[in-house]
Design a protein around this ligand. Sequence first.
Ligand SMILES: [Cu+2]
Length: 315
Amino acid sequence: MQTTHYGLPLGLPEEASAHALQLDNLTALVHWFMAVLFVGWGIFFVYTLIRFRKGRNPVASYEGAKGHFSTYGEAGVVLIEVILLVAFAVPIWANRVNAIPPEQEAVKVRVVAEQFAWNVHYPGADGVFGRTDPKLIQAGMNPLGLDRTDPAAADDVTTINQLHLPVNRKALIYLSSKDVIHSFFLPQMRVKQDAIPGMTIPIWFEPTKVTPAENSLPACAVGMKCWEIACAQLCGITHYRMRGYYQIHDEAGYNEWLAQNAPAPQPSAVAPLPTPPAPTGEPATATGAAIPGQNPAGDGGPAPTPTPPSGGQNH
Ligand SMILES: [Cu+2]
């Protein structure tokens, strides 16, 4: 099972995305390059110990080296590095990272990191993400602040710490964070990107392998062998347990998962109508007690607004 790249057993997780092999080959190449530099400079170091030993050079030369060899050498190194950067690194980066596929070609998902979880938002059948509003965020109930009254939000699927994607289709993830800098890491996809508050960063990749059964729920939970969404940025006191899991399905399995998790269509929208808001004898106390507990922002202003949705969710 152990694979090698240019003769090196890197011991990396399996390659399950289209660009994984290229990335691993580059990693191996860089290791070989480092080995050559290490040996080369090691030999040079030993040479200087012998060549400039005290016995042969009792008095240090105050004039130093003559000639232009070192100048040419340094200019040569700069030139090679410029070529590596301009001719290779920048174009490869632009192709792999910045060439974001058109939305209609890709499966698009929003991932919003927070201390200490991954919130995942699918646009649903209409392909449009419903409106979100920080004022609607309720810990546990609505961590994304999704406005279910928005028509585009009616079919949206949300999950916590679960990402599901189809194989052989480009995945386009819009990554952001609610609080601090996190890092979204999918080891088998060879994807790692910082999530930065105030920014929405697109990431794309193409899964090429369906997650093996032993790495899929429920089997993987027992042996802790799930394909993991790891947070690769120390983000707070329980950073270590900021772990989600992700699963790559075949097309049918993915559609089945989506269908199973799609919200029930009409009843929730209809429910508030026949049930008018109960007249509250002590509005200030009742709403005041409910809102701060659910919403850390504690926006006391629009007190009547949060009441109807919570009545609707009871149905
Ligand atoms: Cu984190």
